[in-house]
Write a protein that binds this ligand. Structure first.
Ligand code: 1CP
Length: 359
């Protein structure tokens, strides 16, 4: 089936896009990283029937799980169901999603020579299923809320490709940065180019805002972050916008979320992203002081706080939102929601954000 990226329904709730651009909002917009996921019984039902990557590759299934949190909660954005690891897959690496364990690469990059295994030619064509899911999602949403596209950032993808999955230290990948810095830069550049084309493809398919996940920034030092992450994050922002401009496609807001890199908020505010995602380690007022008034902040309740009592969640959320203020702010957690989170806590979080300035 062909999904046509045109004649999309008119957007009814644009609070999140307005907040991203620095315009006034009717209410503080909120969404949650990993809002489609295992804490929802209806998600577990879909996953009981289908392998993780089958869900990603089947637009009807990807759209179904993307819609699940939108049906349940009064969210202000949706995010297309996929994973950051679809890029290494499209470059020819095998990735399995092992139940209860997470992603595993049976043949990770073990040696710098292995980089030559990667095949960037046609990678975007092999990711067309993500575009198809985005296009179908835009039609299915009926303009209720905007749709995020997303990607992993180069350092984070490189880490998974070398470690062969999640890691507590990313030590093998870190040693590449030290011992093979030139080859590491070549790999980061290769990933940057694919990421740019992937993001442009997602916007053409209907993504209305983009988030770049540098989730593994937490494993590297500030010096390494400045040398091996920041330049590529900047290049992604610049080249994505250049390519969209060249093709006469309207720019969409861009969000950078670098978990564990709150030491570099000042540097991040110079990258030209519209929105900076904060992890939960930073105080809202401190972050605002560092980045200045011209960038939107997103975040940053500790996901573990959703295991507290409903009364405590209300109190923590209200205090957080009031510290950020109503302008240039998108409420979220400081990282993804975790699988055991009570559904009631998510409802409390979302509704408390919306009512935080009611009195
Ligand atoms: O609802 C949404 O947010 C959309 C879906 C989404 C997103 C944005 C998924 C589905 N994954 C991601 C991004 C992603 N994937 C990141 C960046 C965000 C973050 O830091 O959390 C990362 C690091 C991954 C890699 C990944 N995929 C992990 C982490 C592994 C580790 O130990 O480091 C895991 C567990 C996955 C699997 C996955 N991806 C998504 C879901 C719902 C799941 C759970 C697996 C399942 O359903 O079986």
């Amino acid at each position: 089936m062909q999904y046509q990226p045109k004649n999309f329904p008119v957007l009814k709730n644009d609070n999140l896009l307005r907040a991203a651009r620095g315009d006034k909002v009717d209410r503080v917009p909120v969404w949650v990283m990993r809002q489609a996921g295992r804490y929802l019984p209806e998600f577990r039902e879909v996953r009981a029937e289908s392998d993780f990557f089958k869900v990603c590759r089947t637009p009807e299934l990807a759209v179904e799980v993307t819609m699940q949190p939108i049906r349940r909660f009064d969210l202000d954005a949706s995010i297309i169901f996929s994973d950051i690891l679809v890029i290494p897959q499209a470059l020819g690496m095998e990735v399995e999603m092992r139940p209860g364990h997470g992603p595993v690469f049976p043949e990770p990059l073990q040696d710098i020579k292995d980089v030559s295994r990667l095949n960037a030619d046609g990678a975007i064509d092999r990711l067309k299923y993500v575009g198809d899911a985005i296009t179908l999602m835009r039609h299915t949403l009926e303009g209720k809320v905007p749709l995020f596209g997303f990607t992993g950032a180069p350092w984070t993808l490189m880490g998974y490709m070398i470690e062969g999955g999640g890691s507590k230290t990313m030590s093998k990948a870190r040693s590449w940065l030290k011992d093979h810095s030139e080859e590491s830069r070549n790999l980061l550049s290769l990933l940057t180019d694919v990421i740019v084309d992937y993001l442009v493809m997602q916007v053409k398919a209907g993504a209305q805002i983009l988030q770049v996940f540098e989730s593994s920034a937490e494993y590297i030092s500030k010096e390494e972050f400045i040398e091996f992450a920041l330049p590529y994050l900047k290049e992604i922002r610049i080249k994505t916008q250049e390519k969209l401009n060249k093709q006469d496609i309207e720019l969409v807001p861009m969000v950078v979320f670098a978990k564990g890199a709150m030491h570099s908020l000042a540097e991040m505010s110079d990258l030209g992203y519209d929105v900076i995602g904060l992890d939960w380690t930073v105080d809202p007022e401190e972050a605002r002081k560092i980045v200045g008034p011209n960038v939107t902040l997103q975040g940053n309740l500790n996901p573990q706080d959703l295991y507290k009592s409903q009364e405590e969640i209300r109190e923590l959320t209200r205090t957080m939102v009031r510290k950020f203020g109503k302008d240039r702010y998108i409420a979220n957690l400081g990282h993804g929601i975790t699988p055991q989170t009570p559904i009631e806590s998510m409802t409390t979080f979302v509704d408390t954000v919306h009512s935080a300035f009611d009195d």
